[in-house]
Design a protein around this ligand. Structure first.
Ligand code: 0X9
Ligand code: ZN
Length: 299
């Protein structure tokens, strides 16, 4: 079963996906994406109530330590299935591909050994350090920073799509190119709604729509308990970043609405919010996601 009272472990989430798939065979399909360096399956759950619709792609925990993200993916699944009657409209509008744990190796390691692990667990024998940042490994303006520093927290790997975690989601973005209404990368932390680009400070042609839709989602979130998000481009609000998922979705897979959510932080360094925050965060975030998906599906 799913719980929002604590952070669920990788195996529990895999089991929950099987449970859901058994309980709702007509609405769900398990999609095996890639197998990681350590042999774990990266899985998506596809939710659909009829054929012929565009797709929402959402992934969570591409960065291992960002534990608030999987609950948001799980909330999406429970809302769409357990509250099917009241949320049917959302499955009439679009299909959903939800990937609750995009980086299983890193996620498991963040439970077993190092709570603040970010990257995957790829071993490079020529380096003293483990792991590639999968959100620097996408095949769109790859490289640029830390290419020769495997010890960096944002090491982009030996080449574009060298990592299964980026390939898993990137492959789905490409395979469904032209047919994706919106891509949502769920991260933490910072209370930010980010849109492309990250690789340049130039704006994409639809930046006004991306900004307006982001602001509307932020207002839906704010209505709950006053959690204040800022909407803007990654390069504008953060710093230049190369080879990230949201840029790839828009730049290579022609996804018109592409966002990275930085959920609220908490605890040590912002990456360790207490479990008591899960329910408030997923509740407010779900409303923001619904607002975005409705807007994207209209266009
Ligand atoms: O740096 C990242 O990958 C994301 N922030 S995090 O703290 N979760 O690591 C932001 C990615 C935003 N998108 C782009 N830079 N394109
Ligand atoms: Zn992240």
């Amino acid at each position: 079963a799913v719980t929002f009272d604590r952070f669920m472990e990788f195996n529990e989430i895999q089991d929950y996906m099987d449970e859901v798939n058994a309980a709702y065979p007509n609405l769900t399909t398990i999609v095996d994406l890639e197998t990681t360096f350590l042999g774990k399956k990266i899985r998506g759950l596809r939710l659909s109530n009829s054929p012929g619709k565009r797709l929402v792609i959402m992934d969570c925990a591409l960065h291992a330590r960002e534990w608030m993200a999987p609950p948001v993916c799980l909330k999406t699944i429970t809302e769409l299935l357990d509250n099917y009657e009241s949320n049917k409209e959302l499955l009439d509008l679009v299909d959903w591909l939800v990937i609750p744990i995009a980086n299983p190796d890193g996620y498991v390691y963040s439970f077993s050994t190092d709570r603040f692990w970010r990257k995957n667990r790829k071993i490079d024998l020529s380096s003293p350090c483990f792991g590639v940042d999968p959100n620097r490994n996408y095949d769109f303006h790859w490289g640029g920073e830390n290419v020769s520093d495997p010890c960096s927290l944002t090491y982009p790997g030996t080449g574009p799509f060298s990592e299964k975690e980026s390939l898993a989601v990137g492959g789905q973005l490409l395979a469904n190119s032209g047919n994706i209404a919106i891509y949502l990368a769920i991260h933490s932390y910072g209370e930010l709604i980010l849109f492309p680009w990250g690789y340049t400070t130039e704006l994409p042609p639809n930046a006004p729509e991306l900004g307006a839709t982001g602001n509307e989602a932020a207002a839906a979130v704010f209505a709950h308990r006053g959690m204040e998000y800022t909407t803007g481009t990654s390069a504008g609000l953060l710093y230049l970043q190369f080879g990230a998922a949201d840029d790839f979705a828009m730049g290579m897979a022609n996804v018109p609405y592409s966002y990275t959510w930085e959920l609220p932080g908490g605890g040590t360094g912002g990456f360790n919010p207490p479990a008591s925050e899960i329910i408030p965060v997923v509740t407010e975030t779900w409303d923001g996601i619904v607002s975005m998906v409705r807007k994207a599906a209209e266009n």
